[in-house]
Design a protein around this ligand. Structure first.
Ligand code: PEP
Ligand code: MN
Length: 264
């Protein structure tokens, strides 16, 4: 298999518009769950930059559990993301939810996110496999490691070697947390594959209080980075407010994550 370490013993370092993922540097992606407005996104981008993140996240195409929830600004949101990059220099990671949108998302974003709900959307995987942008492949809601590695194989098999895994928690019997963050997957995927892996402690727990401890644990377990939700005003967020860090909590997390990452 193309994803396997047997096939490719050396760890892959993936270049995302000049930022290396999978090398020595621990990479941080931060920003709101969804792009809600120009003002909200620019404020979040300034905070993300000030705290030391390399990437700004923010969904323009939102896969929502309910059809009545905010569905995202789509191309308008992509334009704000590109503008935020111009203002801050932060690289842009954003989700693409459908085959028809791959081209437009690839036009604006540096890193294309495949969300948990689409991990086995094989047509979408093949489509991003044929585009020239790196892909962030989130783990499916109840996916085994074998299913996840095979999803990446679909992308590599189409000719795109630049895939980064993202552990974001899986469904278990526990209901206190939104998902059960499987940090053992980091070490396991590192053993099984040469591709980088990052951790999403926000969707992994659903609770902002648990984000910092799980971010620190992600560093300790050898992850190549984290992606997390931060909002200028989480109480007003249109999605995922309860798991979003306030600016102050974000700065506090960054201080300790940066310190710990230096020891790794
Ligand atoms: C997100 O990153 O906002 C998101 C929807 O994540 P996931 O696909 O992991 O649920
Ligand atoms: Mn979210």
């Amino acid at each position: 298999k193309l994803v396997s370490r047997e096939f490719h013993p050396q760890s892959s370092v993936i270049d995302v518009d000049g930022v290396s993922i999978g090398g020595d540097e621990f990479v941080v992606m931060a920003g709101p769950c969804a792009v809600e407005s120009r003002e909200q996104l620019f404020e979040a981008a300034e905070i993300a930059k000030k705290g030391g993140a390399q990437f700004l996240r923010g969904g323009a195409y939102k896969p929502r559990t309910s059809p009545y929830s905010f569905q995202g600004l789509e191309e308008e949101g992509l334009k704000y993301l590109a503008e935020a990059k111009e203002r801050t220099g932060l690289r842009i990671v954003t989700e693409v939810t459908e085959v028809e949108a791959v081209e437009v998302v690839a036009e604006y974003a540096d890193l294309l996110q495949i969300g948990a709900r689409n991990m086995q959307n094989f047509r979408l995987l093949k489509e991003v496999g044929r585009c020239n942008k790196p892909v962030l492949l989130k783990r499916g809601l109840a996916a085994t490691l074998n299913e996840w590695l095979n999803a990446a194989e679909y992308i590599l098999n189409e000719g795109n070697p630049n895939v980064i895994f993202c552990e974001r928690g899986i469904r278990s019997y526990e209901t206190y947390t939104r998902n059960t963050l499987d940090l053992s997957a980091v070490a396991a995927v590192k053993h099984l594959s040469h591709l980088p892996i990052i951790v999403d402690p926000s969707h992994g727990t659903g609770k902002w209080r648990l984000v910092k401890p799980m971010a620190l644990a992600a560093v300790a377990t050898g992850a190549d980075g984290i992606i997390m939700e931060m909002h200028p005003n989480p109480a007003k967020a249109l999605s995922d407010g309860p798991q979003s860090l306030t600016p102050d909590n974000y700065y506090d997390l960054m201080k300790d994550v940066t310190k710990l990452a230096k020891f790794m």
